[in-house]
Design a protein. Structure first.
Length: 514
């Protein structure tokens, strides 16, 4: 019986998309033939402008365009034989090509007389990027050309899949059960793991890999006038690029510079790690994993033919893990050599980064720098499993609109809505030996309202015009909000950056249909 095998619809495609980008940048410089230095960007005069943001004259509210208002040619004060003439010189060039190859196959199936509907598919994507390197005249600082690429700067590919099913519960026409699972990947621009320059070229992090799962219930009530969905979801991200603060690289470079110079950073002959023939030239970045876990409720209702209501509310929490793996591996690989040179000292005046470092391992020694890295890594690892900062677990939206179809106001639509954003996770104070509890700082919940007024009418046979006025921040909420924040373990306090909502604003649009 072929009916038991179900009904199937297949889809397949293959595509290639290429984009090419080319750009040049220019900077104001000294183009006079009798300038003080051959480099166009040395001894460039500075400008001082008075800005009046409240002036009725628009030109007084900002800095004049230096391209349209160049400085007049003149000699350098006190040096009548040297001159300055303003001009824009090309200081950067870029050219790149990006290619994305994709192929997929999917099947949509129906079983059990349509009560079970499934979707399955697989897809492969490959991303390649070729970048030209710019040629800079070291004497003048001018960009003069481009070198063709010798290799692909990005060459990443990934396979993704999706599998989903909806089951209409027997004996009802209002209840369905669904479940889905899928994977995805995203290019990370050829990012590399933290390591020495010689090794880093073979240590691509690869694409960001994600896996999502969700399941729930669908409701169809009151003859289809009310539709609702209750969803439980979980999203996992692996190998997500995350950086370290600058002191990490300053400390590592300080260690290698001190060891390479055998601690003799007191003379004019010392060579920093970046210039030393045996320098490690550490770079790259680190990764972390993230899990988002939560639920969402969505409702769409049409209580009457002209009245529509939409509502959704969700709660999600993001937890981070697998932090600092690349830094930890790098330190453990080099720790024996570092520790054998822990006694070597450096002079902060000749090695301003990291500068003076004092801790239990000493003052301005390789040992002190190792201890500083250990302290930083311990701080990073203390965040394992913690809630991600700068997210709002609770979110909700409501919008309703009513359209008049009769009388003088036929064609008029009146609507409005509210957006709720719950408390943000401002920071997390990790556990310590002195206080084993983890403290989560929250705050900054708010509600904003919107209004909408629309009118649609036919002004000529076959031509309809819709006018719509939207009012954002209807009640003019001017509360200060946290833009970004984090817990600073040095000062034992939150570091916060703030912003204000845009004031109440209006948008009028017109749409012509024919």
């Amino acid at each position: 019986d072929l009916e038991r095998a179900g009904q199937h619809t297949f889809l397949t495609f293959a595509s290639r998309a290429e984009t090419k980008n080319e750009g040049e940048s220019f900077r104001e410089g000294n183009v006079h033939p009798d300038r003080a230095a051959e480099n166009h960007f040395v001894n460039v005069p500075r400008r001082v402008y008075h800005i009046d943001p409240f002036s009725s004259n628009l030109a007084d509210r900002g800095i004049p365009d230096p391209f349209k208002n160049p400085l007049a040619p003149n000699f350098v004060y006190g040096l009548p034989s040297l001159f300055y003439e303003s001009g824009f010189v090309r200081n950067g060039m870029n050219r790149s090509k990006n290619r994305i190859d994709s192929a997929a196959v999917a099947v949509h199936s129906r079983f059990l007389e349509g009560r079970l509907v499934t979707t399955a598919g697989v897809r492969r994507d490959r991303i390649q990027t070729w970048n030209h390197s710019q040629i800079i005249n070291t004497a003048t600082g001018q960009a003069v050309g481009l070198n063709p690429p010798t290799a692909r700067s990005v060459n990443q590919s990934g396979n993704t899949r999706t599998l989903g099913a909806v089951f209409h519960v027997p004996g009802t026409d209002w209840l369905s059960v669904f479940a889905n699972t899928s994977t995805n990947f995203r290019d990370q621009s050829g990012a590399q793991f933290l390591d020495d320059e010689a090794l880093r070229q073979t240590r691509d992090i690869g694409p960001l890999e994600g896996k999502g799962q969700d399941f729930g219930l669908k409701f169809r009530l009151l003859e289809g006038r009310v539709n609702a969905t209750l969803t439980r979801f979980q999203v996992d991200l692996e190998k997500q690029v995350s950086g370290h603060q600058g002191d990490v690289f300053n400390f590592i470079n300080g260690i290698w510079t001190t060891i390479l110079n055998e601690g003799d950073i007191t003379s004019s002959t010392w060579i920093p790690d970046s210039d030393h023939p045996n320098g490690r030239r550490v770079g790259g970045t680190d990764t972390r994993s993230q899990r988002s876990d939560g639920w969402e409720f969505e409702l769409t209702a049409n209580p009457t033919r002209n009245w529509r209501v939409t509502f959704n509310v969700s709660k999600a929490e993001n937890a981070i893990s697998e932090l600092g793996g690349a830094l930890s591996a790098y330190m453990e690989r080099n720790r024996p050599l570092w520790q054998s040179n822990a006694h070597l000292r450096y002079t902060p005046e000749l090695l301003p980064s990291p500068g003076n470092v004092t801790n239990a391992a000493g003052t301005n020694t390789v040992g002190a720098l190792i201890q500083g890295l250990d302290n930083w890594l311990a701080f990073v690892k203390a965040q394992e499993g913690q809630i991600e900062t700068n997210i709002r677990p609770w979110n909700a939206n409501l919008f309703t609109a009513y359209r008049l179809d009769e009388g003088r106001l036929a064609g008029l639509t009146i609507g409005g809505g509210a957006n709720y954003r719950g408390d943000a996770i401002l920071g997390v104070r990790p556990a310590s030996l002195q206080d084993p509890t983890i403290e989560v700082f929250k705050g900054g919940d708010y509600i904003t309202f919107t209004g909408m007024l629309g009118y649609e009418f036919e002004f000529e046979r076959g031509y309809r015009l819709r006018l719509q006025l939207n009012v954002n921040n209807l009640l003019n909420n001017r509360d200060k909000q946290v833009l970004a924040s984090s817990w600073n373990p040095v000062i034992e306090d939150l570091i916060t950056y703030h912003y204000f909502f845009d004031p109440r604003n209006y948008r009028l649009s017109a749409t012509l249909s024919f």
